[in-house]
Write a protein that binds this ligand. Structure first.
Ligand code: GLY
Length: 129
């Protein structure tokens, strides 16, 4: 189980890196095509599928250095073929004055092993006050 938990942490870090780097190929490879989500951009609606997410990747990565950290990631294996991971995502970047700032959001992400490969199948993101 511990190895599986580390696998989920590693895959999730790759996913978060792909988002800040606007690396659509890496993101799409890690996700199932039927990915569902609740996130602030969806204005309270459950969104299914990849096109909604692609819109943001097509805008490109933001300029300047960026670093993503999962703070206190907690993995729960749901048998051998499903897992959820919860953490606070910290994103370090520069603001308009080139001063470092840290954005923070709560995330829960669900992974499922489909045909022998872990795929990201659902997430829920909530901004922290
Ligand atoms: N909006 C893409 C993601 O957080 O997975």
């Amino acid at each position: 189980m511990a190895d599986n938990a580390q696998t989920i942490i590693d895959l999730n870090q790759r996913l978060l890196n792909s988002i800040v780097q606007a690396d659509w190929n890496a993101y799409a490879e890690l996700c199932d095509a039927t990915l569902t989500c609740f996130e602030p951009e969806a204005r309270g609606h459950l969104v299914e599928g990849m096109p909604f997410h692609r819109f943001y990747f097509d805008l490109g990565a933001s300029k300047g250095p960026v670093h993503v950290t999962m703070a206190s990631p907690h993995v729960r294996m749901l048998g051998d073929s499903a897992a959820l991971i919860c953490y606070v995502r910290l994103v370090q970047k520069l603001d308009g004055n080139n001063s470092p700032v840290t954005a923070h959001v709560e995330e829960t992400r669900v992974w499922q092993k489909i045909n022998g490969q872990w795929k990201h199948v659902h997430f829920h993101r909530v901004p922290l006050a």
